[in-house]
Design a protein around this ligand. Structure first.
Ligand SMILES: NC(=O)c1ccc[n+]([C@@H]2O[C@H](COP(=O)([O-])OP(=O)(O)OC[C@H]3O[C@@H](n4cnc5c(N)ncnc54)[C@H](OP(=O)(O)O)[C@@H]3O)[C@@H](O)[C@H]2O)c1
Length: 322
């Protein structure tokens, strides 16, 4: 079957280790089932895998991809929950299982004609969503959903700042936060992406590091080192910074004095539970909200999609079809 895999690591030039070609088709066993993939979305996680983050050489080759929508063995249209873990071991949430992994880490991922997952990781796809739209939801959108609705504590009328408006997580957070009745402020390096964020529902868009009209109730942070100092200064005393990523590096000064003196809460957030993915799917079906898709490419052109993400020109999601 056709698949896009990581075969070697290169932190400076991640595309060196990408191979798009034929691999053996897997067969399910035990409680695992096969999903024939129709669409799979690209995440920054795939770039990190090509750079060797979270994978070891003896685990190669590994099929990339966390997100998929497709068809199960009975012909049902489904969405795949990418967190492979034991909910009991995580006190009701597989994300908190100390041994949990994401598809494409310990097990082969979704950039292939077929992916194997535990049967509990297969959810019905709402008819209202296309395969391409549904494929965007299990990673960036689920992460943004947990950040906005579970971990930010924001209430309708509150103000949130979303750092780095153009990314997969950030565009999802803009749409979800706006739909939740929050005042949505964003930063972006690019004037064009600031304008697109306003079209998408942000109330105001600022250059990175700008002085804001007032301090915000919550910051949704995925950029890391480049925006951390600004996030610490943007949030009101007693407010919260919800962090799901550190694309630009994770070693800025923690500024602990500011954290305790302003009584800030710094809350880590990763993916979401099966239940949260069900809620997100319903939320999209009910409200008419749809993922922001920058481009759809056949999987044979995976290299072009990853190149676009690396060049920073993408606004929203890149989706591969099979
Ligand atoms: N914890 C989890 O479960 C989880 C889930 C999903 C993602 N993540 C993490 O969240 C981060 C974002 O993921 P994503 O898929 O949304 O990535 P992405 O689509 O590539 O977005 C990257 C974002 O970083 C911003 N950015 C600002 N300064 C940057 C710089 N100097 N270099 C590169 N980007 C810069 C960009 O905003 P502008 O271009 O608009 O400035 C863009 O919004 C990644 O670190 C990813 O690993 C974590």
């Amino acid at each position: 079957m056709l698949a896009a895999s990581v075969v070697s690591f290169d932190s400076a030039d991640p595309l060196t280790g990408l191979r798009v070609g034929d691999v053996p088709r897997p067969s399910p066993s035990g409680d695992w089932v096969e999903v024939r993939v129709k669409a799979a979305a690209l995440n920054r996680h795939d770039v990190f895998s090509l750079q060797g983050v979270g994978l070891k050489t003896d685990e190669l080759p590994r099929i990339l991809g966390c997100d998929a929508a497709g068809v199960d063995g009975e012909g049902n249209e489904v969405v795949v929950h990418a967190v492979i873990g034991n909910a009991d071991a995580g006190r009701g949430d597989a994300v908190n299982d100390p041994r949990r992994s994401l598809l494409s880490e310990r097990y082969d991922g979704t950039f292939a004609e077929s992916v194997l997952v535990p049967s509990a990781n297969v959810l019905p796809k709402p008819v209202e969503l296309s395969f391409e739209e549904a494929a965007c939801l299990p990673t960036s959108w689920l992460t943004a959903y947990r950040m906005v609705f579970t971990n930010s504590g924001a209430r309708p009328g509150d103000t949130v700042l979303i750092q780095g408006a153009g990314g997969g997580v950030s565009t999802a957070a803009i749409v979800l936060a706006r739909a939740a009745g929050l005042r949505v402020w964003v930063t972006s390096r690019s004037a064009e992406r600031r304008a697109r964020a306003l079209e998408l529902g942000a109330h105001e868009a600022f250059e990175p590091g700008s002085r804001l009209p007032q301090r915000v109730d919550a910051v949704l942070e995925s950029v890391g080192q480049a925006t951390w100092a600004h996030s610490l200064r943007a949030v009101r005393p007693g407010g919260v910074i919800v962090v799901c990523g550190a694309t630009t590096g994770d070693a800025p000064p923690a500024e602990l004095a500011r954290v305790f003196y302003q009584q800030l809460r710094v809350v880590g957030s990763t993916m979401g539970s099966r239940q949260e993915l069900l809620e997100l799917l319903n939320f999209c079906a009910l409200t008419g909200i749809r993922p922001v898709i920058d481009r759809v490419l056949p999987l044979t052109e995976a290299r072009d999609g990853i190149e676009a993400m690396l060049s920073g020109e993408v606004f929203g999601k890149v989706v591969f079809t099979l």
